[in-house]
Write a protein that binds this ligand. Structure first.
Ligand code: NDP
Ligand code: 8X3
Length: 252
């Protein structure tokens, strides 16, 4: 039977690269995101290689997520791999200057959305059993705090601990869970974070040879196709150009 992958946030960046990678391998694809015109174009692009089912979906909308999963037609209703990728950062200001609305949107998307999608697909994944996978896109931001990261960092820390705790509950089912935590990667992420500031995007990635979406897609595909007895619990990826800085110390 051909395997099916369900990818959230498939309209750009990592999610789109994953869609292309799994399509190349002939998997059935369930692709979701809010921008339906992009989904339609991606469906047209990938359909020659794979069966594609697109769902215009805001992961923050619990009813819509549950309805979309319940309405998956065959063969898309036997999901083997869930890639929980939809997410965003908003703003880079210190916490004391942040907009509460932006904090709420990050929590609603990166935490509530990810858990809602997971909850909806879990019964089917457990039925699939051995070899089924949940691949959650965390971030180095979930492990390493940085100025202006505040709520974004915290949402990604949630993703990692939720992934590990899920493994405990899925003990004996054969379902695997991985938190994949990338660092600096070039996508629409910085445009979204800065409200469309192309200069900020260009500055951040200039000369840094950052991770590319295809690097993440290759890693996600590798995780999904590991032998069924192996689970990568957490995997952190950085561009060689990125590492850590010393602690900040303010002095009197
Ligand atoms: P992009 O902005 O390129 O892609 C984000 C995707 O998420 C889009 O497809 C977008 O689709 C989707 N999305 C956002 N909000 C929602 C929503 N409410 N409902 C459904 N889909 C949504 O960024 P990346 O590819 O870089 O980001 C993918 C994931 O990787 C995110 O979780 C991000 O936090 C994480 N990450 C990114 C890193 C980076 O440096 N780029 C590094 C580490 C982790 P649409 O707008 O159509 O809904
Ligand atoms: C995105 C990576 O370092 O910009 O999760 O927060 S970072």
């Amino acid at each position: 039977m051909t395997n099916t992958v369900f990818i959230t946030g498939a309209t750009s960046g990592f999610g789109l690269a994953c869609a292309r990678r799994f399509a190349r391998e002939g998997w059935n694809l369930v692709l979701s995101g809010r921008r339906s015109e992009r989904l339609a174009a991606i469906e047209a692009e990938l359909q020659p290689q794979a069966a594609v089912h697109c769902v215009t979906l805001d992961v923050r909308d619990r009813d819509a997520v549950q309805a979309a999963v319940a309405a998956l037609p065959a063969p898309f209703n036997t999901v083997h791999t869930l890639v929980n990728n939809a997410g965003l950062a908003l703003g880079t200001a210190p916490a004391q200057d942040c907009d509460l609305e932006q904090w709420q949107r990050m929590i609603d998307t990166n935490i509530t959305g990810l858990t809602t999608v997971t909850h909806s697909l879990l019964p089917g994944l457990v039925k699939r059993g051995s070899g089924a996978s949940i691949i959650n896109i965390g971030s180095v931001a979930g492990r390493w705090p940085y100025p202006g990261g505040n709520v974004y960092c915290a949402t990604k820390a949630f993703v990692e601990q939720f992934s590990l705790a899920l493994r405990c509950d899925l003990q004996g089912t054969g379902v695997r869970v991985t938190c994949l935590a990338p660092g600096l990667s070039e996508s629409e992420f910085t445009l979204v974070r800065t409200g469309g500031d192309q200069a900020a995007h260009d500055r951040l990635y200039a000369g840094a040879d950052p991770i590319q979406p295809d690097d993440i897609a290759d890693t996600v595909y590798w995780l999904a196709t590991l032998p069924a007895h192996l689970n990568v619990n957490a995997l952190e990826l950085m561009a060689v150009s990125q590492s850590w800085s010393p602690f900040a110390i303010s002095r009197k």
